[in-house]
Design a binder for this molecule. Structure first.
Ligand code: PLP
Length: 419
């Protein structure tokens, strides 16, 4: 459920007509619904009622400060994958002891930053990283809390670019070597083993892969216990899918029930890292139709948003529902909806039947709250879009549209260029 609905023929975000926002802010812009964000976070967290749990929102799905601040205010934690995300998380008010740090390529300066901050734990993805963290912790005289990210080799049955828990993927450490890593870690002077972690992929629409992964982690916890290594946190990662089109992912309550069932009476603190399921359907991309054109093979709708604003259609062949912001009685038609960029991959939808739009009309691309703005770029020197949040009948720009000056900020040409 989300709060982007038609009233009559006009698309609203909560109590605000989207057209009114476009008039004030210009296009393209990302638009987030406060009520939807709140509702999704609460539904997810409440699903685990009765379990000792910490819901760490996965920052990489959407790192806009206002979004983070809202989730921090609801008692959420944060899953980060870079120093930049740690910086944003702290700025948004997440307490360090609710921050977990994942990622295969943590740099030394990022590790130092996280150690000094005193985050809850590092999710370690290789033996070399473990050694690096021990070294840095020793140098700074801080004890590092760690979990090993285990690659349980389960097939999440999702797009290959977002499946992460298969043997062939770069993520985590396979079960056998994880055991060795734990033994090693438990002997290190500046490492405290606290957890076990996995994250098997994204946009997962079945329960089974999660259950299989958790069973595998549970077995490992028992093996570790037998060797005197005690695990206090089990981090299940994120990955629960959402409905973009016709997918029917499990409700967070089904997901939580399955996890509770597999956990049984294991006394442990559960960490979860949902991203998409919190923000995906809480945000949309609004743009304007520039032109229509009819080619010999296809009809095109050309919008002022392109792959630099929303790369998911090009990158994953992702489906985003396309809606006219103001519905008309005229007949729907089938077209490719494309951006202004000089790439044939610059499409937002292909062979899509959409409600009638013409030059000047506004269109909304739904379910764009996750991996939308965060993946946008300045390709073709296009300033990044504005971001707006609605709460009830209010709206506010939470990130200004970039200017041409922003595009060249930090650039310089040496004086010998033309010498
Ligand atoms: C991307 C990511 C997540 C979030 O995944 P979603 O599919 O958006 O829920 C969680 N944990 C890790 C380690 C990730 O890389």
């Amino acid at each position: 459920m989300h709060h982007f609905q038609y009233r009559g023929n006009e698309l609203y975000c909560e109590d605000v007509p989207i057209q009114a926002i476009a008039q004030k802010v210009g296009t393209p812009f990302y638009l987030y619904s406060h009520a939807t964000l709140t509702r999704h976070f609460k539904a997810f967290s409440d699903a685990f009622e009765g379990l000792d749990r910490l819901v760490c929102f996965s920052a990489k799905a959407n790192t806009t400060l206002a979004v983070l601040k809202l989730l921090a205010g609801m008692g959420g934690g944060l899953d980060i994958v870079s120093g930049g995300e740690l910086y944003r998380g702290l700025k948004a008010g997440f307490p360090p002891d609710r921050i977990v740090y994942s990622g295969v390529g943590k740099r030394m300066d990022e590790i130092d930053f996280a150690l000094k901050t005193g985050i809850l734990m590092f999710n370690i993805e290789s033996l070399e990283e473990l050694e690096m963290i021990q070294q840095r912790a020793m140098a700074l005289d801080i004890k590092a809390r760690i979990a090993i990210r285990v690659n349980p080799d389960v097939d999440p049955k999702t797009h290959p670019y977002i499946s992460t828990g298969l043997k062939k993927n770069k993520f985590g450490i396979d079960t056998e070597n994880a055991l060795l890593a734990y033994q090693k870690a438990s002997r290190m002077s500046h490492i405290t083993v606290v957890g076990i972690d996995c994250h098997i992929g994204s946009q997962i629409t079945e329960i089974r892969p999660f259950e299989d992964a958790l069973k595998s982690l549970k077995d490992l916890i028992q093996t570790l216990k037998n060797q005197g290594i005690d695990i206090r946190y089990i981090d299940m990662g994120g990955g629960l899918g959402i409905t973009y089109h016709e997918e029917a992912p499990p409700h967070p309550s089904e997901y939580a029930a399955a996890i509770a069932r597999v956990l049984g009476n294991l006394k442990i603190r559960l960490v979860l890292e949902p991203g998409r399921v919190i923000v995906g359907n809480a945000g949309i991309l609004v743009c304007q139709v520039l032109y229509r054109k009819t080619g010999p093979a296809k009809e095109f709708v050309i919008t002022d948003a392109g792959m630099n604003d929303l790369i998911r259609p090009m990158l994953y062949h992702a489906y985003h529902e396309a809606l006219p912001v103001v519905r008309s009685d005229r007949e729907s038609f089938t077209a490719d909806i494309v951006g202004p960029i000089c790439e044939s991959g610059d499409f937002l939808a292909q062979d899509r039947t959409i409600g009638y739009v013409q030059s000047g009309d506004l269109m909304a691309f739904m379910s764009a709250g996750a991996y939308g703005f965060v993946m946008s770029s300045n390709y073709c020197s296009r300033p990044r879009a504005a971001e707006v949040m609605v709460r009830g009948n209010r709206f506010e720009v939470i990130k200004q549209r970039e200017t041409f000056e922003d595009l060249v900020a930090g650039e310089s040409a040496p004086d010998w260029i033309n010498g």
